[in-house]
Design a protein around this ligand. Structure first.
Ligand code: HEC
Length: 214
Protein backbone atom coordinates (compact mmCIF):
# COMPACT_ATOMS: atom_id res chain seq x y z
CA UNK A 1 0.00 0.00 0.00
CA UNK A 2 2.16 2.80 -1.21
CA UNK A 3 1.54 6.45 -1.61
CA UNK A 4 1.44 5.94 -5.37
CA UNK A 5 -1.45 3.53 -5.02
CA UNK A 6 -3.35 6.02 -2.93
CA UNK A 7 -2.72 8.91 -5.28
CA UNK A 8 -3.48 6.88 -8.37
CA UNK A 9 -6.91 6.08 -7.04
CA UNK A 10 -7.85 9.59 -6.14
CA UNK A 11 -9.45 10.32 -9.44
CA UNK A 12 -10.77 6.88 -10.30
CA UNK A 13 -12.40 4.62 -7.72
CA UNK A 14 -13.08 7.07 -4.96
CA UNK A 15 -14.49 9.90 -6.86
CA UNK A 16 -17.21 7.43 -7.79
CA UNK A 17 -18.09 6.78 -4.16
CA UNK A 18 -20.01 9.66 -2.68
CA UNK A 19 -19.23 10.66 0.87
CA UNK A 20 -15.52 9.79 0.72
CA UNK A 21 -14.23 13.27 0.05
CA UNK A 22 -12.83 12.15 -3.29
CA UNK A 23 -9.64 10.55 -2.03
CA UNK A 24 -8.39 7.31 -0.53
CA UNK A 25 -9.92 3.90 -1.18
CA UNK A 26 -11.40 1.15 0.94
CA UNK A 27 -8.58 -1.00 2.39
CA UNK A 28 -8.46 -4.51 0.94
CA UNK A 29 -8.39 -7.52 3.29
CA UNK A 30 -4.73 -8.07 2.31
CA UNK A 31 -3.85 -4.50 3.23
CA UNK A 32 -5.65 -4.76 6.56
CA UNK A 33 -3.88 -8.05 7.29
CA UNK A 34 -0.53 -6.28 6.97
CA UNK A 35 -1.42 -3.94 9.81
CA UNK A 36 -3.62 -6.23 11.85
CA UNK A 37 -0.81 -7.84 13.83
CA UNK A 38 -2.08 -7.08 17.31
CA UNK A 39 -1.51 -9.81 19.89
CA UNK A 40 -3.40 -9.43 23.13
CA UNK A 41 -1.28 -9.73 26.25
CA UNK A 42 -3.46 -11.53 28.75
CA UNK A 43 -4.93 -14.32 26.62
CA UNK A 44 -2.63 -14.21 23.59
CA UNK A 45 -5.51 -13.65 21.15
CA UNK A 46 -3.99 -13.01 17.73
CA UNK A 47 -0.93 -15.23 18.22
CA UNK A 48 -0.33 -17.11 14.96
CA UNK A 49 0.33 -20.80 14.36
CA UNK A 50 3.91 -21.96 14.75
CA UNK A 51 6.30 -22.75 17.58
CA UNK A 52 9.83 -22.34 18.79
CA UNK A 53 12.19 -23.84 21.36
CA UNK A 54 14.75 -22.27 23.66
CA UNK A 55 17.82 -23.73 21.90
CA UNK A 56 16.79 -22.44 18.49
CA UNK A 57 16.00 -19.06 20.04
CA UNK A 58 19.49 -18.95 21.49
CA UNK A 59 21.00 -19.39 18.03
CA UNK A 60 18.94 -16.62 16.45
CA UNK A 61 19.49 -14.40 19.45
CA UNK A 62 23.27 -14.79 19.15
CA UNK A 63 23.15 -13.76 15.51
CA UNK A 64 20.58 -11.00 15.61
CA UNK A 65 20.08 -9.65 19.11
CA UNK A 66 23.14 -10.18 21.32
CA UNK A 67 25.14 -7.33 19.77
CA UNK A 68 22.74 -4.87 21.39
CA UNK A 69 21.09 -6.78 24.21
CA UNK A 70 24.09 -8.82 25.41
CA UNK A 71 24.55 -12.59 25.20
CA UNK A 72 22.52 -13.22 28.35
CA UNK A 73 20.25 -10.21 28.05
CA UNK A 74 22.52 -8.05 30.19
CA UNK A 75 22.45 -5.22 27.62
CA UNK A 76 25.42 -3.80 25.72
CA UNK A 77 26.21 -0.16 26.46
CA UNK A 78 22.96 1.69 26.84
CA UNK A 79 20.83 -0.84 24.99
CA UNK A 80 18.11 -2.27 27.20
CA UNK A 81 18.61 -5.29 29.38
CA UNK A 82 16.23 -8.13 28.62
CA UNK A 83 16.89 -10.09 31.80
CA UNK A 84 17.52 -9.59 35.48
CA UNK A 85 16.19 -6.85 37.71
CA UNK A 86 13.94 -9.09 39.78
CA UNK A 87 13.21 -7.57 43.16
CA UNK A 88 14.45 -4.11 42.15
CA UNK A 89 11.10 -2.50 41.36
CA UNK A 90 10.92 -0.78 44.73
CA UNK A 91 14.52 0.44 44.59
CA UNK A 92 15.61 3.98 43.81
CA UNK A 93 16.90 2.73 40.47
CA UNK A 94 14.51 -0.04 39.49
CA UNK A 95 15.57 -2.28 36.59
CA UNK A 96 12.56 -2.83 34.40
CA UNK A 97 13.05 -5.89 32.21
CA UNK A 98 10.91 -8.58 30.62
CA UNK A 99 11.62 -10.71 33.67
CA UNK A 100 11.19 -8.14 36.40
CA UNK A 101 8.38 -6.03 35.02
CA UNK A 102 6.36 -7.32 32.08
CA UNK A 103 3.00 -8.83 33.06
CA UNK A 104 2.31 -11.05 30.03
CA UNK A 105 4.41 -13.42 27.92
CA UNK A 106 2.37 -12.99 24.68
CA UNK A 107 3.36 -9.30 24.79
CA UNK A 108 6.97 -10.38 24.36
CA UNK A 109 6.07 -12.22 21.16
CA UNK A 110 4.13 -9.17 19.97
CA UNK A 111 6.95 -6.75 20.74
CA UNK A 112 9.66 -8.77 19.00
CA UNK A 113 7.35 -9.41 16.05
CA UNK A 114 6.59 -5.74 15.52
CA UNK A 115 9.83 -4.03 16.46
CA UNK A 116 12.92 -6.25 16.51
CA UNK A 117 15.66 -6.59 15.45
CA UNK A 118 15.76 -2.84 15.65
CA UNK A 119 17.47 -2.27 12.31
CA UNK A 120 15.26 -4.77 10.44
CA UNK A 121 11.83 -5.20 12.01
CA UNK A 122 9.30 -7.57 10.39
CA UNK A 123 12.04 -9.82 9.02
CA UNK A 124 11.59 -12.71 11.47
CA UNK A 125 9.25 -15.65 10.84
CA UNK A 126 6.56 -16.49 13.38
CA UNK A 127 8.60 -19.58 14.39
CA UNK A 128 11.72 -17.46 14.92
CA UNK A 129 9.79 -15.05 17.11
CA UNK A 130 8.42 -17.97 19.15
CA UNK A 131 11.94 -19.32 19.57
CA UNK A 132 13.29 -15.92 20.66
CA UNK A 133 10.41 -15.50 23.09
CA UNK A 134 11.18 -18.92 24.60
CA UNK A 135 14.87 -18.04 24.87
CA UNK A 136 14.31 -14.68 26.57
CA UNK A 137 11.82 -16.21 29.02
CA UNK A 138 14.39 -18.89 29.76
CA UNK A 139 17.13 -16.29 30.29
CA UNK A 140 14.87 -14.91 33.01
CA UNK A 141 14.36 -18.34 34.63
CA UNK A 142 10.66 -18.14 33.85
CA UNK A 143 10.45 -21.28 31.69
CA UNK A 144 12.60 -24.45 31.65
CA UNK A 145 15.14 -25.23 28.92
CA UNK A 146 12.77 -27.62 27.15
CA UNK A 147 9.94 -25.09 26.93
CA UNK A 148 8.13 -24.95 23.59
CA UNK A 149 6.58 -21.56 22.89
CA UNK A 150 3.40 -21.50 20.84
CA UNK A 151 -0.03 -19.87 20.86
CA UNK A 152 -1.25 -22.21 23.61
CA UNK A 153 1.73 -22.22 25.97
CA UNK A 154 2.59 -18.49 26.02
CA UNK A 155 -0.69 -17.25 27.56
CA UNK A 156 -0.23 -19.84 30.35
CA UNK A 157 3.19 -18.54 31.39
CA UNK A 158 2.86 -16.73 34.70
CA UNK A 159 5.14 -13.69 34.58
CA UNK A 160 6.76 -12.85 37.94
CA UNK A 161 5.35 -9.33 38.20
CA UNK A 162 1.87 -10.06 36.89
CA UNK A 163 0.05 -9.69 40.20
CA UNK A 164 1.56 -6.26 40.87
CA UNK A 165 -0.45 -4.71 38.06
CA UNK A 166 -3.81 -3.19 38.91
CA UNK A 167 -6.42 -4.00 36.29
CA UNK A 168 -9.30 -1.91 37.51
CA UNK A 169 -9.26 1.86 37.65
CA UNK A 170 -10.05 2.76 41.26
CA UNK A 171 -11.08 6.37 40.62
CA UNK A 172 -14.76 6.69 41.58
CA UNK A 173 -15.88 8.48 38.43
CA UNK A 174 -14.65 5.64 36.21
CA UNK A 175 -17.05 3.28 37.98
CA UNK A 176 -20.07 5.61 37.73
CA UNK A 177 -22.94 4.12 35.74
CA UNK A 178 -24.60 6.47 33.28
CA UNK A 179 -28.22 7.14 34.17
CA UNK A 180 -30.55 5.86 31.44
CA UNK A 181 -34.02 6.16 33.03
CA UNK A 182 -35.71 8.45 35.54
CA UNK A 183 -32.63 10.65 35.71
CA UNK A 184 -32.22 13.98 37.47
CA UNK A 185 -33.85 16.98 35.82
CA UNK A 186 -30.98 18.58 33.87
CA UNK A 187 -32.39 22.01 34.71
CA UNK A 188 -31.70 21.37 38.35
CA UNK A 189 -28.14 20.11 37.93
CA UNK A 190 -25.76 22.69 39.37
CA UNK A 191 -22.01 23.05 39.54
CA UNK A 192 -21.14 22.61 43.17
CA UNK A 193 -17.38 22.88 42.92
CA UNK A 194 -14.70 23.95 40.49
CA UNK A 195 -10.98 23.48 40.25
CA UNK A 196 -10.49 27.17 40.91
CA UNK A 197 -8.14 28.09 43.73
CA UNK A 198 -7.31 24.44 44.19
CA UNK A 199 -3.94 24.87 42.57
CA UNK A 200 -4.89 22.64 39.61
CA UNK A 201 -4.91 23.64 35.96
CA UNK A 202 -5.59 27.38 35.82
CA UNK A 203 -8.88 28.27 34.21
CA UNK A 204 -8.83 30.08 30.90
CA UNK A 205 -10.76 33.20 30.00
CA UNK A 206 -13.96 33.10 28.00
CA UNK A 207 -17.40 31.62 28.44
CA UNK A 208 -16.31 28.95 30.88
CA UNK A 209 -15.51 31.73 33.32
CA UNK A 210 -19.20 31.99 34.03
CA UNK A 211 -18.86 28.74 35.97
CA UNK A 212 -18.32 30.49 39.24
CA UNK A 213 -18.84 28.54 42.42
CA UNK A 214 -22.14 29.40 44.03
C1 HEC B 1 20.61 -2.36 16.93
C2 HEC B 1 20.35 -2.70 18.29
C3 HEC B 1 19.27 -3.75 18.57
C4 HEC B 1 19.17 -5.02 18.07
C5 HEC B 1 20.09 -5.72 17.08
C6 HEC B 1 18.03 -5.59 18.71
N1 HEC B 1 17.45 -4.71 19.57
FE1 HEC B 1 15.90 -5.06 20.81
N2 HEC B 1 15.93 -3.14 21.42
C7 HEC B 1 16.82 -2.18 20.99
C8 HEC B 1 16.44 -0.90 21.55
C9 HEC B 1 17.14 0.43 21.33
C10 HEC B 1 15.29 -1.12 22.31
C11 HEC B 1 14.45 -0.10 23.07
C12 HEC B 1 13.44 0.46 22.12
C13 HEC B 1 12.49 1.42 22.78
O1 HEC B 1 12.38 1.43 24.01
O2 HEC B 1 11.82 2.15 22.03
C14 HEC B 1 15.01 -2.54 22.23
C15 HEC B 1 13.99 -3.16 22.93
C16 HEC B 1 13.77 -4.52 22.94
C17 HEC B 1 12.85 -5.19 23.80
C18 HEC B 1 11.96 -4.52 24.86
C19 HEC B 1 12.75 -4.34 26.12
C20 HEC B 1 11.96 -3.68 27.24
O3 HEC B 1 11.95 -4.20 28.37
O4 HEC B 1 11.31 -2.65 26.98
C21 HEC B 1 12.89 -6.52 23.48
C22 HEC B 1 12.09 -7.63 24.11
C23 HEC B 1 13.86 -6.67 22.42
N3 HEC B 1 14.39 -5.43 22.11
C24 HEC B 1 14.18 -7.86 21.83
C25 HEC B 1 15.09 -7.97 20.76
C26 HEC B 1 15.32 -9.20 20.05
C27 HEC B 1 14.64 -10.52 20.33
C28 HEC B 1 16.26 -8.92 19.09
C29 HEC B 1 16.83 -9.84 18.05
C30 HEC B 1 15.87 -10.40 17.11
C31 HEC B 1 16.63 -7.52 19.24
N4 HEC B 1 15.88 -6.98 20.26
C32 HEC B 1 17.59 -6.89 18.49
C33 HEC B 1 17.92 -2.40 20.19
C34 HEC B 1 18.19 -3.56 19.50
Amino acid sequence: MTLCVWLGLVTSALAAEPGHFGYGKPATPAEIAGWDIEVRGDDGAGLPAGQGVVAKGGEIYGEQCAACHGTFGEGEGRFPKLSGGRGTLTHDRPELTVGSYWPFAPTLWDYINRAMPMQAPHTLSADDVYALTAYILHLNDIVPGDFVADRNTLPKVKMPNRDSFVWTDPRPDTAAMPCMTACADPGRVAITSTAERKNLTPRTTGPLDSMQPK
